[in-house]
Design a protein around this ligand. Structure first.
Ligand SMILES: NC(=O)c1ccc[n+]([C@@H]2O[C@H](COP(=O)([O-])OP(=O)(O)OC[C@H]3O[C@@H](n4cnc5c(N)ncnc54)[C@H](OP(=O)(O)O)[C@@H]3O)[C@@H](O)[C@H]2O)c1
Length: 282
């Protein structure tokens, strides 16, 4: 499967829609430069943009989409409901605001950014997402940073008539952050797993194992990490504001890591570079 992946490959979602197999992350891209950077990503062929209300740059993402000659249906746009907008009413308001800010009629995907706020807030937010999905404002819905206990709470709510389906889950995933329990839970159920910080936020690119593997294939450490993610069946969301790196991160479909190299990258380490709400017990 992985060897047949191309830049145009898509995965089928439980919602019935499709998601591109790789996306472009826009965390920490300033609102004033987002439009230009996303246009650069679209130019090299990315068709999937991962934004969030917390990043403050939905407007720039929407501007880039609208400035491109591509049809809206050719681009997959994600945003996320922040912890400050948890609960039914706040999430409804957040969705309306985001549609306006991004100047789009619909989002392809909205995720709950993190499982904070307690059960009532989490399920209230989910209800608002389900309603917006029925109203055509969102194509697919999902969660991010949920622990298995949060996923089970949500799955049980859905099975008891709560509605919707978890199409996508997003977690920090790279060779130095083993979330295989959560990823396995999702993959067994047909939920597509997105890998955020697939380059470990740029903090592991000097690891000798990446240089060694990269040398074998004539690829950079970043390309090896993105390829690992694709071959794990994840949807990696590499971020860069640098045109040369944006192009480099797209150039990962002409090689395949062999089993031995995949095993070398199976470090078993659990070293988050970002927050880790999966362990929140509220
Ligand atoms: N759901 C969540 O809670 C959550 C949390 C974090 C991230 N995310 C999503 O995941 C996306 C990616 O994660 P991330 O932004 O944390 O980190 P990342 O993609 O793992 O790494 C980005 C860093 O790596 C550098 N970089 C990118 N390509 C490179 C290359 N080819 N060679 C060398 N350095 C390179 C970037 O530098 P330059 O930009 O300076 O080129 C930047 O400093 C985010 O943008 C966001 O969409 C989601």
């Amino acid at each position: 499967m992985a060897s047949k992946l191309t830049f145009e490959s898509k995965h089928k979602l439980l919602s019935g829609h499709e998601i591109p197999a790789i996306g472009f992350g826009v965390y920490m891209i300033s609102p004033s430069t987002t439009d230009k950077v996303v246009q650069e990503a679209l130019k090299v062929g990315f068709r999937h943009v991962d934004s969030a209300i917390m990043y403050g740059n939905e407007k720039g993402c929407g501007a880039a989409l609208n400035a491109s000659s591509l049809d809206r249906s050719e681009i997959f746009l994600t945003t996320k409901i922040p912890p400050g907008s948890m609960g039914y009413k706040s999430t409804k308001q957040a969705i309306a605001r985001s549609l306006k800010d991004a100047n789009t009629e619909y989002f392809d995907l909205i995720l709950i950014h993190a499982p904070y706020g307690g059960q009532e807030s989490r399920l209230g937010s989910w209800k608002a997402l389900v309603e917006a999905q029925s109203a055509g404002q969102i194509r697919s819905i999902g969660v991010s940073n949920y622990g298995i206990h949060h996923l089970e709470e949500l799955q049980s709510y859905i099975e008891n008539g709560g509605g919707g389906e978890i199409s996508v889950g997003q977690w920090e995933l790279h060779p130095w952050l083993d979330h295989s329990d959560i990823a396995g839970w999702c993959q067994e159920r047909g939920i597509i797993v997105e890998a955020y910080s697939p380059l470990a936020h740029g903090e592991r690119l000097d690891e000798p194992v990446l240089a060694a593997i990269g040398k074998k294939y004539g690829k950079s450490p970043a390309q090896v990490m993105i390829r690992w993610s694709l071959q794990m069946g994840f949807v990696p969301l590499p971020k860069s504001k640098t045109p040369r790196r944006i192009a480099e991160n797209a150039d990962v479909f002409d090689f395949e890591l062999d089993e031995e190299d995949m095993a070398r990258l199976d470090t078993g380490e659990y070293a988050p570079t970002d927050w880790d709400p999966t362990v929140d017990m509220d």
